[in-house]
Design a protein around this ligand. Structure first.
Ligand SMILES: Nc1ncnc2c1ncn2[C@@H]1O[C@H](COP(=O)(O)OP(=O)(O)OP(=O)(O)O)[C@@H](O)[C@H]1O
Ligand SMILES: [Mg+2]
Length: 457
């Protein structure tokens, strides 16, 4: 609509402007030719010694170029001494009360025109000055059919061009806007379908314009939405499944205590089991919280050295290592600053070292090494433990995944540790990989971009 209104206004303006301009051109050419003729006649009349009907008629008769519809010559009082019209309507001897004559008698050159019955009537009048004194005026009237028709047909053709242009524009606008809104409506319909929850729906656009690109972007967005929705459902179902197991144990143990007549020793044992399960729930909810936190983008931090954090992890894990009779060896000689938050680094190192201790038989060794190569910093956690079977290596970073479910559960594992580690490594622009051989041990390597000392200085 706006498009149509704007173009109509422009066309209307062009129409009026071109009509006016062509009229003005006609007017100007007419004016100059008429005024010129009038001046010529008045100069000739001024040269006459006596101004009367006979002298003027003689003079006009000699001037061949005076082909006008009517020519009147008056004396200074406005009484006609010559009129090209003869017979009854002749003005000779009468006062000529035309406005052009009155103005010319006051000393002005006059030109005016109007349309009547398809003819252009142009009037011009000039004073006759002989020896600086006003002695009369010359008045001319020209009725021009040809010019009038030409003008009318020009204006008409400008109008018809304008109208047909406007019509074409209207048809074009309606067709174009219809085609556009059909495509737009298709996208909107798809949006509604997806809002209802059908993420598999795709919008088919065709064509090669911006709407096609919009459709493609939209499909891309829905695909991502579908993937994240799938992930969310999977997570909720996994999490509730994992929480169900300790809750079921607690319920079973408490029911047994209530229903059976037990000796105090067994009751104590059962209650302690209930406490263990509660601890497990507690740890799991803490891990779930960590997992959610690890999915947010990392904040920008000052680079830190990894060594102190690794030492803290070793201290925290020493009771577990002692209990499992495992020696934890550190090699922190190649420490470099990395742009990773201390909390993230702690979580990464703690989970990897905890796993290494948990999945290594008594008497084994866990080694934590720091290495630097080019502009990369490496954290390597190696153990001499049970190792990971080849078909499981690809899955250890998945949530709730455990190689040996029964064994891992007994040791309190929830299968979340490595997925937290991977999220934290990746959000700090690092990469993690694992090598393992069943029965020989596993090596987890975390790689970060490091900040060189020179750059820091
Ligand atoms: N160093 C390792 N040696 C052998 N197996 C490992 C090692 N690290 C991880 N795994 C295997 O990968 C699985 C996933 O590890 P992850 O740390 O994610 O879970 P978890 O240790 O079982 O539980 P959580 O860490 O949440 O307490 C473990 O259950 C274990 O089977
Ligand atoms: Mg773990």
């Amino acid at each position: 609509m706006v498009y149509v209104i704007v173009t109509t206004a422009v066309l209307l303006f062009l129409n009026i402007y071109s009509s006016r301009t062509s009229q003005r051109l006609f007017y100007q050419s007419k004016e100059s030719s008429m005024v010129e003729k009038c001046l010529l006649a008045s100069t000739e009349v001024a040269n006459l010694e006596v101004l009367n009907t006979t002298t003027v008629t003689d003079l006009i008769g000699q001037m061949r170029t005076m082909q006008v519809t009517r020519l009147i010559v008056t004396d200074r009082s406005g009484v006609a001494v010559y009129d090209s019209l003869t017979g009854e309507d002749s003005a000779v001897g009468k006062y000529v009360l035309l406005p052009e004559v009155c103005q010319a008698l006051s000393g002005l050159d006059v030109f005016s025109w109007y349309y009547r019955d398809g003819a252009m009537q142009s009037m011009a009048a000039t004073p006759v000055m002989s020896y600086g004194v006003l002695s009369g005026c010359v008045y001319m009237l020209e009725s021009d059919n040809m010019q009038g028709m030409l003008m009318r047909s020009l204006i008409n053709s400008i109008l018809s061009v304008t109208l047909s242009l406007e019509l074409a524009l209207l048809v074009f606008s309606i067709t174009f806007s219809n085609a556009f809104s059909v495509r737009l409506r298709r996208i909107m319909a798809s949006m509604r379908i997806i809002r209802e929850g059908d993420y598999s729906h795709k919008v088919v656009m065709g064509g090669h314009d911006e709407l096609t690109v919009l459709g493609e972007e939209f499909n891309d967005l829905t695909e991502r939405l579908q993937a994240s929705e799938h992930k969310r459902r999977q997570f909720v179902s996994d999490a509730s499944h994992e929480l169900k197991t300790p809750l079921a144990s607690i319920k079973l143990l408490s029911d047994s205590i209530l229903q059976n007549d037990m000796d105090p020793e067994t009751v104590r044992e059962f209650v302690s089991d209930i406490g263990d399960e509660a601890d497990r729930l507690n740890r799991m909810s803490q891990k779930l919280l960590n997992l959610t936190r690890s999915e947010a983008p990392a904040e920008v931090v000052e680079p830190i050295l990894m060594g102190p954090t690794i030492q803290r992890v070793q201290r925290m894990l020493s009771p577990l290592a002692e209990k499992s009779q495992i020696r934890v060896a550190l090699d922190l000689s190649e420490d470099v600053p990395v742009p990773v938050p201390e909390d993230d680094l702690y979580q990464i190192a703690f989970n990897l070292a905890e796993n290494a201790i948990k999945y290594t038989a008594p008497g084994g060794i866990v080694t934590i090494r720091l290495r630097k190569m080019a502009d990369r910093a490496f954290l390597v956690v190696a153990d001499t433990g049970v190792g990971i079977p080849e078909d499981a290596i690809g899955h250890v970073f998945e949530r709730f995944y455990r190689v040996d479910k029964a064994r891992s559960r007994k040791s309190g594992g929830s299968g979340l540790g490595l997925s937290i580690v991977r999220n934290m490594v990746e959000r700090n622009r690092g990469v993690i990989h694992v090598e393992s051989q069943v029965g020989k041990g596993s090596t987890f390597t975390v790689e970060f971009p490091c900040v060189s000392k020179e750059a820091e200085a």
